[in-house]
Design a protein. Structure first.
Lengths: 572, 118
């Protein structure tokens, strides 16, 4: 706490203590303590407002109201006629400071010349009527006869009737000023938007409470109220000022907390639209705008597509840049400027959420790139397999065939030499076996039948070669993308290989059907089950292969109940 | 007639079949095959499935129409691959049958000519 603020508090406390000597009778002590509490609460609120809203004059206004409330009680205790007189006539002036506080809420500045005039007039009429009343007020009217300092403004012995007349006129004028002030406060509230409007709502209610108190306890209605009401209602209503400050503080803290919670709850990669809505809801400012610099540098557009002029924002609006590479700005109600901490928090939250979204988008883009790249790698691998099979067919296989034929011819011509004939026959057998092995190798590299006939023919060929009795219950006859055909083929091939090697099955079944843009490949057997995708059965590699085209592989293999393998492939 | 783009195979197959008593003509492509068939009107065509222009199935379809109004030759498809590598395409073609290249012999072809392939 700065020295200035400390000085305000200490002097306020001294003033409060000094004023305790004022009570004309011991019965007023509790009420007087109430007054002390109220005055001090204004001073405390003033010091706190100075600390919290350094840019606002509210701290100063709270302090002025506090001193104007406490000082009269000190002055009347100084046993000095002049101080006594000034103390008595200045007892109601604090209401002008309170009216100024209400009109200047929340920035601490009055909004127009008219409002300045209203406030000046209020101070003037209060002082004027107090001086006029003092001329007719004799301390003896309140039982202060002995030891009471003289009223230096008193004319003669004073006049109760003249005093009442002055007080009645003064009360009427005060009431009129109060009505004007209340009307202006309501107009401020109605014209306010966003944060300011919500921030002013408690003020409106409290202003009406003050107005009601003035009507009830004022001299206009001349109600015969018990002294506890007439002296007690005003202190209670006066507490409205500090209460207002506390409400606004709590509200800012609540908004800060809500902001944190909302950002935590915001789903990853939320759109800027959603981010704006979340921030606006947490702050209670529906007018909040989140705008981004256009890629062509032409300006800023908010999430609703409205242009935002960074140089000249709309009246009552403030623009703040959001840290980060997105070149985003927040546009909000100027009332929020009183809460720089909240603005910083909002900006940081927006920055964090945008950064999160950006990273999310980057990761998503990278994931898409990796997916596309994986699909390309698999496609390139398939193409390379096709080329290898073709090369084997056109090259080594042809040469082995030719060699085999040549050996056959040589064998026929060596009929006269049985030993040579036997040797050639052996060589011919070796060549045929090499050819058979090479065919199997080529088929494993890439099934020519898939290229030649498509999925239906290739699956039929697989099933015919399967050592386990296998039936094909359905397979579509058309052609599909090469990558999809190859994947479906390898799923069936790998599944039938596993059936033959591990399943101990009597029979197997293959079903391929096309539905709703998907190609579903199912291979089931009546074997031992217990196949695990994470095992070394080649299922993991198959799952990778299926995933490379955007498909999903499912394995259902309860022990003792056979195995059902299903690949769900996209089929555009 | 031997239709195959592989010179070495044609040479050895020709030698083998001539030794078995066949009169042999050759073609290296599908287009050449239909042209030679029109002129030479072979009784049997040993037709490789993998040709540089048309595939053997297409050539078989053209030959089945009967070149120049003459009788259609007996067409035997052949390949270094096995019949199962072509699924049902062989059965669906007008060819008389399929013979893996390494199993070629005069005796087998004679059985095709006798409409009694193994």
């Amino acid at each position: 706490m700065s020295r200035r603020r400390l000085a305000v508090l200490i002097s306020g406390a001294i003033a409060a203590a000094g004023s305790l000597g004022w009570p004309p009778s011991p019965g007023y002590v509790p009420i007087l303590i109430c007054y002390e509490v109220i005055g001090l609460s204004f001073l405390v609120a003033g010091v706190a407002a100075w600390a919290r809203w350094p840019a606002s004059r509210l701290g100063l206004l709270f302090s002025i109201a506090g001193y104007l409330y406490l000082l009269p009680y000190i002055l009347v205790n100084l046993a000095n006629p002049v101080a006594f007189t000034i103390g008595n006539l200045s007892q109601g002036i604090y209401t002008a400071a309170v009216a100024q506080l209400g009109l200047a809420w929340p920035t601490g500045r009055l909004r127009s010349r008219f409002e300045c005039g209203v406030v000046v007039f209020d101070y003037a009429q209060l002082i004027g009527f107090s001086v006029a009343a003092a001329m007719f007020w004799n301390p003896a009217f309140v039982g202060c006869t002995t030891g009471c300092p003289a009223n230096v403004l008193l004319i003669g012995d004073g006049s109760r009737s003249d005093l009442d007349t002055v007080n009645t006129i003064g009360g009427l004028v005060s009431l009129a000023v109060t009505a004007i002030v209340l009307t202006l406060i309501v107009r401020h509230w109605r014209s306010a938007r966003g944060w300011s409007r919500r921030a002013m709502l408690p003020l409106v209610w409290l202003a009406f409470a003050v107005g009601a108190e003035q009507i009830v306890t004022g001299s206009l209605l001349n109600l015969s109220l018990p002294s506890l009401v007439s002296f007690g209602l005003a202190p209670l209503v006066m507490l409205a000022g500090p209460v207002l400050f506390v409400i606004s503080t709590v509200r800012a803290r609540t908004a800060g907390g809500a902001l944190g919670t909302a950002i935590v709850d915001l789903e990853p990669g939320a759109s800027p639209d959603r981010l704006r809505d979340t921030l606006a809801r947490a702050l209670g400012d529906s007018t909040l705008q989140l705008a981004f610099r256009q890629p062509d540098g032409s300006g800023y557009l908010d999430t609703a597509g409205q242009a935002v002029d960074m140089g000249r924002p709309d009246p009552g609006r403030v623009v703040t840049r959001v840290a980060g590479p997105d070149e985003a700005v927040l546009v909000y109600d100027e009332g929020l400027e009183l809460e720089p901490q909240l603005v910083r928090l909002t900006s940081a939250a927006a920055s964090m959420a945008l950064e999160h979204s950006r990273l999310q988008a980057e990761v998503q883009a990278q994931l898409e790139q990796v997916r596309a790249s994986r699909a390309r790698i698999v496609e390139a691998g398939d193409a390379e397999r096709r080329r290898l099979e073709r090369d084997l067919h056109d090259g080594a296989q042809q040469r082995l065939v030719t060699l085999s034929l040549a050996l056959g011819m040589a064998r026929d011509r060596a009929a006269a030499d049985p030993e040579l004939g036997s040797l050639i026959e052996s060589a011919s057998k070796e060549a045929r076996e090499a050819l058979t092995e090479l065919r199997e190798l080529a088929r494993g590299i890439h099934p020519a039948v898939l290229t030649e006939t498509g999925l239906a023919g290739a699956i039929q060929a697989l099933v015919e070669r399967s050592p386990v009795a296998t039936t094909v219950t359905a397979v579509p006859g058309g052609r599909f993308l090469a990558a999809i055909e190859a994947t479906a083929y390898f799923v069936v091939s790998e599944a039938l290989t596993n059936v033959a090697k591990h399943a101990m099955a009597d029979s197997a079944e293959v079903m391929i059907c096309q539905r709703a843009g998907r190609l579903v490949v199912q291979v089931s057997d009546d074997g031992a089950g217990g196949a695990r995708p994470e095992g070394g059965s080649g299922l993991r590699g198959l799952a990778d292969r299926v995933a490379s085209v955007g498909g999903v592989l499912r394995v259902d293999s309860p022990p003792g109940c056979g195995t059902r393998l299903e690949a769900d492939l996209p089929c555009p | 007639m031997i239709v195959d783009d592989h010179d070495g195979f044609r040479t050895f197959a020709r030698g083998m079949l001539e030794a078995a008593g066949f009169t042999v003509t050759e073609a290296a492509t599908g287009a050449e095959a239909t042209e030679v068939a029109r002129i030479a009107q072979p009784g049997l065509v040993l037709l490789d499935i993998q040709l540089p222009d048309f595939d053997g199935f297409e050539v078989a379809r053209r030959l089945a129409a009967g070149p120049a109004g003459g009788p259609a030759p007996v067409v035997v498809l052949t390949s270094t691959r096995e019949a199962s590598d072509y699924g049902g395409r062989i059965a669906a073609s007008p060819a008389a049958g399929f013979l893996p290249k390494d199993q070629l012999s005069g005796a087998v072809l004679r059985r095709f000519l006798a409409r009694d392939p193994v």
